[in-house]
Write a protein that binds this ligand. Sequence first.
Ligand code: SAM
Length: 657
Amino acid sequence: MNRIRNGDRMVEQHIVRRGIQDKTVARAMRTVPREMFVDPGFEEFAYEDAPLSIGQGQTISQPFIVALMIEKADLDAGDKVLEVGTGSGYAAAVVSRIAGHVYTVERHGALAQQARERFGRLGYSNIDVRIGDGSKGWARAAPFDAIIVSAGAPEVPPSLKEQLDLGGRLIIPVGRDDEQRLKRIIRTGADTFEEEDLGGVFFVPLIGEDAWTAAHPLYTPAAQPERTPAQMISDAAETFSSIDDESFTHLFDRFADSRIVLLGESTHGTAEFYRARAAISRHLIEHHGFNLIAVEADWPDAAAIDRLIAGRNLSQARPFERFPVWMWHNEEFLEFIRWMRTENVRRQASQMDPIRFYGLDLYNMAGSIRMVIDYLERVSPDAAVVARERYGCLSPWQNNPATYGRAILSDAYKSCEDAVSQQCQELLARSLGENDGSDDGFLDATQSARLLAAAERYYRIMYYGGSKAWNLRDTYMAETVEHLLDFHGPDAKMIVWAHNSHIGDARFAEMAAARDELNLGQLCRQRFDGMTSLIGCGTHSGEVLAASDWDGRAEKKRINPALAESYEHLCHQVEKKWFFLDFERNQDLHAGLIDQRLQRFIGVIYRPETERMSHYMLTSLPQQYDAFLWFDETHALTPLTRQQAAGGSPETFPFGL
Ligand code: SAM
């Protein structure tokens, strides 16, 4: 009651009487409890019209100035707003009660952290906080309808002007301390701005690359108190109560504006990674317009799942029958297929386009040959005869393509390269001719022909060893991503599931320095600059489903506790069960973890006995990924048993048909 009276008095005396007319601003300032934004002991002064100290040599701005800046920013309910200089978080909190979403940047980590906690306590979920230099704005979240800068700059930072939307308003104090003026800059065109002077003000300096430098007399270093890397992780860790809970899925709202979200995994056999990726995918599809899922699996097998979730029958042999079968024949994935199917029924009823499911990889030669020939038989039987002949040279190997490269090396067989690539070119040329590209069978056929051409090269060069085969495979996967996005048009948004080693940007790992390898994550970042989000997943110990050798059977194996020099060991030291790290928003964490350490990669094969050699490589985790998801102890996937798969029970559909 007391607080409400104080808030009303503050708004009446210091806001309304001094000329602030915007009722939404007055209402928002009555709503936000200002005493929660000052240091303990200063609550009684919270409602005075004065700046108050908030630590680190910084101040919470006086209420009248906060109101004036927000009024001049002319906010609407759906606006996306950037506030530079979070400080206590008060101004961002007020803005969040008026606008749709607030992004706020603070250079002092401790202040940003405290503000985050305050927003959490108040349940203000439409505010994102980042630690860093706000004179550069927040490029990934731009463009903004309004930008409010709560610290004084020598000149208007160019990045902030660039990040304004057309018609966007920038409110910023500019000039030397003794002659600071509050300016309003409105973007009127691509390169045109209007500027207005709103009067004299006095703010603490904006310290940054495009602002005042360390030479400013009021400069205070942003350095944190000495913290160990594990403490930094602990401070930045965003925890959640369960994968099935909103506290988890909402963490991924920040990727809503990405075109491609790539979700990694540090093993190919962990239940938590599958369940987390399914929950994230569901959320991005239901709430943020994502409509394509592409996985590290072969095109023909994934195409069968795609047909199934579209409510059509499987037209080929059962999908994912080859090693490593458990990667797809498992309860966790089955549950996700069921969800996609139900979701597509719902979408059909609402006349929405269905979710589509695709494979990016190039191992299934036999399935791909079948797809090309099936399609040609339907549209041009003569062309099918030619294709059959061309692919004939691959046929001795099509069910075990790994032997193809060996045969080529022995010179006993001539390479199929010309025939296979000719077939691919002809099918692609068709897209310019008779086909308008909207036919799914056509997409399947061209994609399969591309796969065969790439796979032919892949298996041929695999036997020379080195990085070439890996690079070819990852380049092929990136090209498939690009083709799919082109095929589905500018509104298409994709989620990718693949191993961490394909997703974490290879330029920041030993694989690039030592072996000249690139990968899918790197290529997506390069080709879809600013529109790609790379998210890794990791674990310390538990159990994993993996084989001991290629083509071996799936075994439930214990994962060794992580090595002491690894990122995994650091995450384990934090002693939190599950958490999420955002490197983009925590620049001090980014800087603190940047030096390379070991990172563990468990694929379809796990050899705990030779773990250091077989499974660890040096990486820079915060440079490889934009964010990292941690499950301290994990469980093995639940494979569908042979009886289930063979028995044809409806519960195991489509694998048990
Ligand atoms: N809006 C804040 C509030 O409601 O409490 C008050 C902000 S205070 C007047 C200015 C803030 O700007 C300080 O917390 C300071 O650390 C921060 N700051 C200064 N330079 C910055 C920069 N380049 N990027 C981000 N924050 C900066």
